[in-house]
Design a protein around this ligand. Sequence first.
Ligand SMILES: Nc1ncnc2c1ncn2[C@@H]1O[C@H](COP(=O)(O)OP(=O)(O)O)[C@@H](O)[C@H]1O
Ligand SMILES: [Mg+2]
Length: 352
Amino acid sequence: MNTSLSIRRLAKHFDGVQALKSLDLEIPAGRLVTLLGPSGCGKTTLLRMIAGISDPTAGEIWLAGRRIEDVAPERRNFGMVFQTYALFPHMSVEKNVAFGLEMRGIKKAEIARRVAAALDLVGLAHLGKRLPRQLSGGQQQRVALARAVVIEPDVLLFDEPLSNLDAKLRDTLREDLRILQKKLGITSVYVTHDQSEAMALADEIVVMKDGEIVERGTPIDLYRRPTYRFTAEFLGMTNVIGGDLSGNQCRLPWGAVRQVENPGEKDAEGIAIRPEDIGIEAADGEFDGVIEHAVFMGAAIHYQVRAAGHTLRVLSTGGQNGVLEAGQQVKLTPPPAVHLLKTFRPAERVPV
Ligand SMILES: Nc1ncnc2c1ncn2[C@@H]1O[C@H](COP(=O)(O)OP(=O)(O)O)[C@@H](O)[C@H]1O
Ligand SMILES: [Mg+2]
């Protein structure tokens, strides 16, 4: 079955607040799309309208060839996982997972079979008899996931499901989630404000700001070739600097001339150089800098380096060579090509 989602000119107003402006978005069948943006940009609002638990002020939502804004949430056959686990506290894990199937009037034997399969899928086959409070946060979230997939949903919706878990567990669970989603091939929309989560999970990332889509793309495209400064800075760290453009070349503040990857870009605001693309050495390089600050992070060392009137962020993975110290003179080398960034300009208030 085709389970692509199509959102057309969707808007939501809360008396006076335009939480979502007129938004268009296509989510291909079987893909996982993350909605990424700062708190308050409208991610939850959008997800709730897709789920059917909030009504749009205007616009359309299509599932395959069918409009669904007027379809009640329980009839949409969507699975949902939220930040809080929202399990029934007095029911066992098995009962929690079985609940949606019982509501659908499915026969006992089939329920038992599907519940066992779903618990197996999330690695909890051995904990079916426990109560939610006898589980860790991560296990409870696995139960919530089993409950969402057991109904064989057309679409899975996630709203920051890993935010309440500690860092290590979050990393494990997001990998498990990605493997599971690929295996099941269920169309998924995943809300997060965490860029590394969005990168790790997404087929495509949709970057949002103030109720609008800034831009969308694969994690690699958005990271390496963002159109907007907002995207570049939201997806990891970047240096944004000025430079003298001439054709497809650019003279950087410290004199070096570099190729521009996207020279056709009109009204560029600045040049992006990722910290990991700048070479840093004690003796060899193109221009001088002085280390202001060094942070050892294990796999990498984060430096702030003063050079030609700028403080540059530089990330070195050459940990074998030890950590350069604050105050030390260093040589830096910019990458062979640089990327221009534009300023994202919010749309006018959209009348409904
Ligand atoms: N029920 C509501 N009543 C009034 N304003 C709301 C309501 N829900 C959300 N908002 C506002 O809509 C905007 C988007 O909120 P939300 O979708 O929760 O953002 P996000 O999930 O990206 O953090 C915010 O300005 C928020 O304050
Ligand atoms: Mg939210």
